[in-house]
Design a protein around this ligand. Sequence first.
Ligand SMILES: Cc1cc2nc3c(=O)[nH]c(=O)nc-3n(C[C@H](O)[C@H](O)[C@H](O)COP(=O)(O)OP(=O)(O)OC[C@H]3O[C@@H](n4cnc5c(N)ncnc54)[C@H](O)[C@@H]3O)c2cc1C
Length: 385
Amino acid sequence: MSAINFDIAIQGGGPVGLACAAWCLQKFPEAKIVLLDRNPVDDADLAAADSRGIALSHGSKLLLDTINAWPIECADIHRVHVSQAGRFGRALMTREELGQDALGHIIRYRDIHLTLRKALRAIQTKSPNFVWKHIDAQADTLNIQAKCVVHAEGGLFKTQDWVESGRDYEQSALVGLVEVENAAPYQAWERFTSEGPLAVLPSHYGSNILNLVWCGTPSSSQARLALSDAEFLKSLQAEFGSRIGQFLKIQDRRLYELGLNYRKEITQGNEVWIGNAAQTLHPVAGQGLNLGLRDAYLLAEKLSALFSKPEDQKTPLAIETTLQDYAQSRKADRSATIGLTDFMARIFTSNLFPIVVGRGLALSALQWLPSVKTALARQMMFGRR
Ligand SMILES: Cc1cc2nc3c(=O)[nH]c(=O)nc-3n(C[C@H](O)[C@H](O)[C@H](O)COP(=O)(O)OP(=O)(O)OC[C@H]3O[C@@H](n4cnc5c(N)ncnc54)[C@H](O)[C@@H]3O)c2cc1C
């Protein structure tokens, strides 16, 4: 049987792979692309999947709007309150200070995933050479050849079959949905505890149902997972305090191991790595998917420009040069985002006295130096340009 030939093979049908396919096809509908997707064909089979709340920035909203992939069920953040449990230092960021409608948006992972699938299906109707192939994990005999291979296999820290550079923070995130007595609408809370950040974020279910991301050592996170609901709420209350009244209910607790894993080189010959397949970050700054979407957008821009050229110009050298050019353009944003996230993950979990004092001072300084605060918020909302 002869191989089917494509210009581009995208491996991975998570948010980043889907977005990359959609942007390539939107810019060049004739592109010969195959998307290799391990997820089921039917959306209904994904509906009960990963419900963790993901913070998407305004920059990501602008990108996803270009392909009509912005989920309807979304909660806006107008204020973020940052503090340290039991120590001095706090900062408040508001949308007014930044002149934005929102500082960010919280959306369930599965809603981002499903909305992108829907958006890609709409684009597929106008893309005669696009093939969306659903494969299972065992399918290693696909008879497909492509001039360029985009790796978007994603994955979570410790589940990835590659480890290059990075750090094991020896932390897990316990996520869930928590009901509280009295939360101010549109407000997010990030509290740094002795074991790691504890974030309480808005959800689209209403102002008193919030997304919880509670980072701690693997053993204490495991122990918290095993607690009864009542015991869990009691220990959460003790760590978070009474700013939003009583914690009343907890549902859908899940654990994720956290670490940093990133590739120093994101291209090799005709292959390129994007999203979590290129870098997997600690969620402390809510940057992983935001960064991955920026990867996908820029790569789609470069690849569609190349593959819309006449056939004789799509040489292996031209492809390699285009990918190197892409990698060069992503350098500043990648290093700034990886560096900032790694710095925050380490600095906010240390209990060394000088660091505790330093971070209290840093939070206080942030409060009183609006230009620093705005610069930091802009990096998180739009990345480095
Ligand atoms: C607790 C937690 C909270 C987070 N919070 C935030 C946040 O607030 N903001 C933010 O921006 N990011 C956040 N992230 C990070 C975010 O989840 C990831 O950056 C994002 O999911 C990466 O998307 P992706 O498409 O690259 O990878 P994935 O989401 O992992 O998707 C990859 C897809 O590829 C498929 N696949 C794997 N191997 C193959 C193969 N060989 N062939 C075909 N398909 C394959 C998988 O089945 C999967 O569907 C958080 C992460 C965690 C763990």
